[in-house]
Design a protein around this ligand. Structure first.
Ligand SMILES: C[S@@+](CC[C@H](N)C(=O)[O-])C[C@H]1O[C@@H](n2cnc3c(N)ncnc32)[C@H](O)[C@@H]1O
Length: 196
């Protein structure tokens, strides 16, 4: 199983944003929608062995969205329709337990700590993506990959991630967009998996 975790520091936790102006009204949900596209979209299908988690922090209480490729339906390549699926998920009453909004899209109240604890308890190895990390090994084919949004990751979040035992890894000497990192990680993991 391959997991992606993206922290959306300003992403709204309520559905009151405009699909006509995502960057201006949603707390940069457009950045997260592009991450969903990169995590799942194949030329003619969806990656069924991938899950992608968005931590939405632009509200009084953080929420987590989980996209699970094994059940995912109605996902299209454009940001607008992905944002519409997110809007729908945000309109249901979130509790500390996962609730499915549309097939393969789940929501719950929670923060980065609670998500990383559950991934670690599931046995997932944690990798924190950072520009100055150690080079990600080409033999890695699965794990949970944690990324920042357009503002990166805060110091306290980095300390938390480190305390959870994550390895800090880099995939390029350049600073890339989070969605582009996801494409590269998928490519690396795909290649590592066929060589195993
Ligand atoms: C747009 S970058 C953040 C940019 C930068 N840290 C800042 O705050 O200006 C979004 C995320 O992509 C990941 N990332 C970008 N370039 C990377 C690289 N070369 N290696 C590993 N991760 C990278 C990191 O997780 C980063 O937080």
């Amino acid at each position: 199983m391959r997991d992606f975790v993206i922290v959306g520091h300003s992403a709204k936790t309520t559905p009151d944003f405009s699909l006509e102006d995502l960057p201006g009204t949603s707390g940069r949900m457009d950045v997260l929608c592009r991450c969903i596209n990169s995590a799942f979209m194949l030329s003619h299908g969806i990656r069924r062995d991938v899950r992608c988690h968005l931590i939405l922090m632009g509200g009084p209480e953080p929420k987590i969205l989980r996209f699970d490729g094994s059940r995912l339906r109605h996902l299209n390549p454009d940001e607008r329709s992905t944002a519409a699926l997110i809007k729908r998920a945000l309109s249901i009453d979130a509790s500390p337990f996962w609730r499915e909004s549309t097939p393969g899209i789940y929501i719950r109240k929670g923060d980065l700590r609670s998500l990383l604890e559950s991934l670690r308890d599931d046995g997932q190895r944690l990798y924190y993506l950072r520009e100055d990390g150690a080079q990600l090994s080409g033999t890695v084919s699965e794990g949970a990959f944690i990324l920042g949004d357009h503002t990166g990751m805060r110091d306290d979040e980095e300390q938390l991630i480190e305390s959870m035992g994550a390895e800090t890894v880099s995939i390029s000497p350049l600073s890339l967009h989070a969605d582009h990192c996801i494409v590269i990680i998928n490519w690396m993991c795909d290649n590592a998996a066929v060589r195993r």
